[in-house]
Design a protein around this ligand. Sequence first.
Ligand code: ZN
Length: 320
Amino acid sequence: MKKLIGIDLGGTTVKFAILTEDGEIQQKWSMETDIQNGGRNIVPKIIESIKQRLNLYGLTANHFLGIGMGSPGAVDREKGTVIGAYNLGWTTLQPVKELIEAGTGIPFFIDNDANVAALGERWKGAGEGGANVVFVTLGTGVGGGVIAEGNLISGSSGAAGEIGHIIVDPNGYPCTCGNQGCLETVASATGIVRLARDLSVQFAGESKLKWLIDDGQEVTAKTVFDQAKLGDRLALIVVDKFYFYLGLACGNIANVLNPEAIVIGGGVSAAGEMLLKGVEGYFLKFAFPQVRTSTKIKLAQLGNDAGVIGAASLVKVRKA
Ligand code: ZN
């Protein structure tokens, strides 16, 4: 049986894995992302790292069905190029597929990082192989991936699944996309902190969170959830607002797609069961009856491995 290579390219680290065709990870490693020089070193270093590892494990290109990669930025799946991945320094078009295939001699497939994480969770995680799974990733931003009737939906220009730009408050905060009140402005790690700062201004009662903010201490999304778990009154108001916005977005997604599961992942989802229950409360309010009883809200299960597993699955999906 042949093997797969999965690569999860991020702004700080590149994660690699060698997997069986069934998606079991056999080896994994990572390296720092070298964003110097306009990101020009990234692809050569990826090629070098793969060659070095194959050498170490006594493997050759013939042992592999393909390499899959998840990348930030705007990905052209057919041409295998990436543009506008600003956290990598990639402002101009990068011919990633061409370079990696020439450098390794192994067929290469690429997609957007959030889509790839969705494929990973669907294949080996909370999506349980379902034909209809929506993945929402809550990190520095809010990303999404939509799998409908077994297909990853890319849309007419590759922009489908941008769940972070669902508008949950038309009069809300300005978003990087130019609009106002997108989910990303209130449900990303920075969005939650923004909610906390704004709500703390009007809050008059006793609150450790308010004290931390007023004292100028570092407050993160984790601080907010930790304080909410301890029963801090302001923190509970902040997380309830967050649950409302995310529950509203999930309800609307489910009313259109009726997936088996909406899987919530990314750094913020580390808040765990408390977050799940909170979002579910509002989701049940906004989903209509058949959807309410058939679509489940779940927490992602693969953690850091979702990217490499999903990336590897691209090889199987696209080669088929
Ligand atoms: Zn937006």
